[in-house]
Design a protein around this ligand. Structure first.
Ligand code: ATP
Length: 471
């Protein structure tokens, strides 16, 4: 497995409106994880597989295995909980991937959703000009062609006839589904400004170059929120959203010193944006964007109102004014968030074994809220006296819902190996059922990070687990 290096982005002067306390966050500390080890762990343990592997694989497309599917679901649930359920000013939406092609003309994507493509005159490899450090081919040093704008939208055809009239696009973002439903949501929910609409779903971009595992792919998932505000309040809300979004990553345990906020300079700004701040993480290959927070002003609603002939204005019944709202858009990749959590959680350390020897162990220090397996139930052995009680404990933990997630029963191999396996997949708590359990009706809870063990009564297990998982 090889990784393409993308040049580290330049840290532009810190955006002046980021509050002092968050400036502390802007410190260089590189995640030193060996990516090959992480990719191999992901495959071995069932987090992420190469797509279509038995056919030789399709480049830069990935499938999430049993544990990856749990992790991804937990990440999306956590985001939804924080930004929809825990607020009273955001509602959800689930719009379609295929939309009327006029949507993409009005939004500017047909004309402007492009990256500068250059081709090597020697080896004919293609590159994104804005990602090159020097103006020569990174593969062979050959001379490059002039850049041309390459549109990133995937085209397809609706219905049986493949002609210009049937062209449709796979959405490159979910935002436009939100803008064209602005009026529907407003009328059906009677929300007042400021309020937001959140959506999670697949997006597709025909990227010129992909790479760094799941960091840049052509099919990915995105968690987006369009927050509508009165003009004049946009800059304040922009700041608040940058802070709230940073808080989501740090709240789930991402190292503050590996996060920074970078403001786009004018040349980098997208066609719709008044200002954009990227949240970046210090990956082993350099800083990489994990989320953009854009102030899109009134660009989108105005563009769709004009192109569709439908007014997308807002009437403020307090001030008796009619205006087009401004929009703040936090937009985060699910896969990039997942990669961030994995890279940040990956830890190798020396640890004592049960026999007193010191061995190195690998663990994923994933926050319990997103860990794919919350609790593993481990009978000390497959002894026939032990199994019924262990199964009963397993059923009780699952049935109580105390773990608020996936609970695993694992009885293969020695208990030491099973602890290591659960450490490696990030399971915060293991529950061991041993021969004493038959008499004292108690089990041992083992903590992944401290390896501390405590004995608790089986009757108290659901509440003990709930308290330790903070779920
Ligand atoms: P980049 O500069 O890395 O191409 P972008 O600025 O085009 O990204 P946005 O349009 O702001 O990205 O998209 C919002 C978020 O969607 C990004 O912060 C990232 O997390 C995610 N994302 C964008 N493109 C991809 C991709 N090709 N693969 C995986 N995630 C992506």
């Amino acid at each position: 497995m090889s990784f393409r290096l993308i040049p580290g982005s330049q840290l532009s002067p810190e955006y002046p409106s980021i509050p002092e306390k968050d400036k502390e966050i802007v410190v260089d500390s590189v995640a030193s994880v060996d990516l090959e080890k992480l990719v191999s762990l992901c495959k071995r343990r069932g987090f992420i597989f190469q797509s279509s592997e038995i056919y030789g694989g399709l480049s830069s497309t990935w499938d999430y295995g049993p544990l990856g599917a749990e992790l991804k679901r937990n990440i999306k649930d956590s985001w939804w909980r924080k930004f929809v359920w825990e607020r009273d000013d955001v509602v959800g939406l689930d719009s379609s991937i295929l939309m009327h092609p006029d949507v993409w003309r009005a939004s500017g994507h047909v004309d402007s959703f492009t990256d500068p493509l250059v081709e090597c005159k020697e080896c004919h490899q293609r590159w994104r000009e804005d990602q090159l450090e020097e103006r020569v081919c990174p593969a062979c040093g050959g001379e490059l062609t002039e850049a041309r704008n390459f549109n990133l939208m995937f085209k397809t055809f609706i219905g049986p006839v493949e002609n210009d009239a049937s062209v449709a696009y796979l959405r490159p973002e979910t935002a436009q589904g939100i803008f064209v439903n602005f009026e529907n949501v407003l009328n059906s929910t009677r929300k007042k400004l400021p309020f937001g609409i959140a959506q999670i779903g697949k997006a597709f971009r025909n990227e010129i170059t992909t790479g760094n595992f799941i960091f840049r792919t052509r099919e990915f998932e995105i968690m987006e929120l369009e927050f509508f505000v009165a003009p004049g309040q946009d800059e304040d809300w922009h700041k608040r959203w940058v802070e709230d979004c940073l808080g989501w990553y740090t709240g789930l345990g991402v190292s503050k010193e590996r996060l920074r906020v970078r403001a786009h300079d004018t040349a980098e700004l997208a066609h719709y944006a008044k200002a954009t701040h990227d949240i970046e993480y210090s990956f082993p290959w350099g800083w990489g964007e994990i989320q953009g927070i854009a102030n899109r002003a009134d660009f989108d609603l105005k563009a769709h109102a004009e192109a569709s002939g439908t007014s997308l204005d807002y009437y403020d019944d307090q001030t008796k004014e009619r205006f087009t709202p401004y929009v703040i858009e936090p937009s985060a990749g699910v896969d990039r968030a997942l990669m961030t959590f994995l890279v940040d959680a990956y830890t190798e350390e020396e640890a004592p074994t049960a026999s007193g020897k010191v061995e190195s162990r690998v663990l994923l220090k994933l926050h319990p809220e997103i860990a794919p397996v919350k609790v593993a139930i481990l009978p000390l052995s497959r002894n026939e006296k032990l199994v019924p009680l262990a199964r009963e404990v397993y059923d009780r933990v699952r049935g109580s819902g105390a773990a608020k997630g996936y609970v695993q029963y694992d009885d293969a191999q020695s208990i030491g190996r099973r602890y290591r396996r659960q450490d490696e997949i990030g399971t915060p708590l293991c529950v061991t059922v041993d021969f004493d359990s038959l008499d004292d009706k108690a089990v041992t809870i083992r903590d992944r990070d401290t390896m501390e063990q405590v004995r608790v009564a089986i009757d108290d297990l659901p509440s003990e687990l709930g308290a330790r998982l903070h779920v």
